[in-house]
Design a protein around this ligand. Sequence first.
Ligand SMILES: Nc1ncnc2c1ncn2[C@@H]1O[C@H](COP(=O)(O)OP(=O)(O)OP(=O)(O)O)[C@@H](O)[C@H]1O
Ligand SMILES: [Mg+2]
Length: 495
Amino acid sequence: MPLAGLVDALDKEELRSLLDAAMPDALLVHDHAGRLLAANQEACRCLGYHPGEISQLNIADISRDLDIAAAQSLWLGVEPGSRIVLQGHHRRKDGSFFPVDVHLGLLDRAEQRLYVAVFRDATEALRESEARFRATFEQAAVGLAHVGLNRRLLRANDKFCEILGVSRDALRVLLSGEGEGALEEGSWHEPAIEEALLSGARGSVSAERRIRPPDGRTAWINVTVSVARNDDGSPYYFIVVMEDITQRKTLEEKSEEHGRQMDALMKEQLIAQTAAALAHELNQPLEAIAAYSEVALRAMQSESGWSEQMQRAVLGCNLQAQRAGQVLHDLIGQLRTEGDDKKIFDLNTLVRDVIERVRTRESLNFQVRLMLDPALPQVVGNPLQIEKVLHNLLRNGLDAMLGAGITDPSFTIASHRGADPLMAEVSVQDMGPGIPPELAQVLFRPFRSAKRGGLGLGLSISRSLIHAQGGQLWLERDASPGATFRFTVPIADEL
Ligand SMILES: Nc1ncnc2c1ncn2[C@@H]1O[C@H](COP(=O)(O)OP(=O)(O)OP(=O)(O)O)[C@@H](O)[C@H]1O
Ligand SMILES: [Mg+2]
């Protein structure tokens, strides 16, 4: 039998019990005046009324804050065969309220509009979604807070308080404006920004700030503020998301400091090496002057006829040349004693760090095939000076490759124990044009540069820096492709 036929065949009581059995949801029927005409068992149970009592009631009696005129105009929107979904609160007989989701449909009789309201107690669903929201809010990895438009703290998760290093109570005071300045200079709320957020001119605002929490440390935070809005678009409260970025900031500061140290070291080395190179260049002519003047002096003493004045002049020349030679000698000695700040460290880590730093500081992109021996013991030396050497070698290789029109420069950098087992060896190979034999002879001498703008000091400085560690720096003969430079650093005492 089709369903319609079945319904026709049932009497009223049978229909009611069928509805009760088939409907797990609560069902009410009311007219356009709101008068309740029928209810199933579940509806009576939910509302706490006896079935007989329901027909005495109006929908306004079982709803919270229902404006019947407003409700009626809403009901008029329900068309035959369709339904609307409403949310609200129902009132039980005992006066308590519970949230409901209502599906409202129309029984369109010719003589009057009757409405079928199927509703479900939404307490559970609401509780579940609140629990989900609370868990998300509480367990978020960032600090979250909701702040009323009047700056009253509505809620903040533990992380938020932890980042600021304050209790919730202290946070309340801080946000109210009374504790302003407790964490930083300047204002916590900037009226112009608040205004832009509230008016919707800006969706959200982010800023990095340095704060000084009460426990005395200095921290960096990233704050993003946006506005939660009501259904009608009016502002409801501020959403503040806070991230602790102290670690990132500290790293940035450290890297800048490192860069400054490198620059200072480079300048020092440049001055020292220029002085050493000049001293070296001047030493030879001075020695020659001293030797020639000595020959002249001896000749003057064996031959007669030279005036005493002339002899004194040549003697003075000889003595001054010797004195200048001594001054240069002392200067060279002094320059060589620099750079004694030695440490024990991991050479492989240094190699990796330097590559990263050259990439970021010089904003150059290049590939590196790393072949670092993981079993390489720690070495002893001045890491900053070794970094300088690696930096020079990479810089030279890049210059050579870019100069030869290679657009994707790449290196192979390897580390292993040296031929001398007390030394660690690093090799830096590029894919450039290599070094012609005639240049290879004089490569490490100062002022030998084949580059425009090159001083020709990089390799000579690098070699003396490696010597200062007790190691060697050399160019590998007949290496190909490109050029391969190798240097050694003493392995730290393995005991
Ligand atoms: N990897 C390399 N491939 C090819 N030629 C190189 C390479 N490294 C160095 N050279 C050559 O050796 C010369 C000397 O290098 P060095 O680093 O001493 O001085 P520079 O790079 O010219 O100047 P700077 O004082 O700025 O370092 C370079 O001008 C270049 O011609
Ligand atoms: Mg160079």
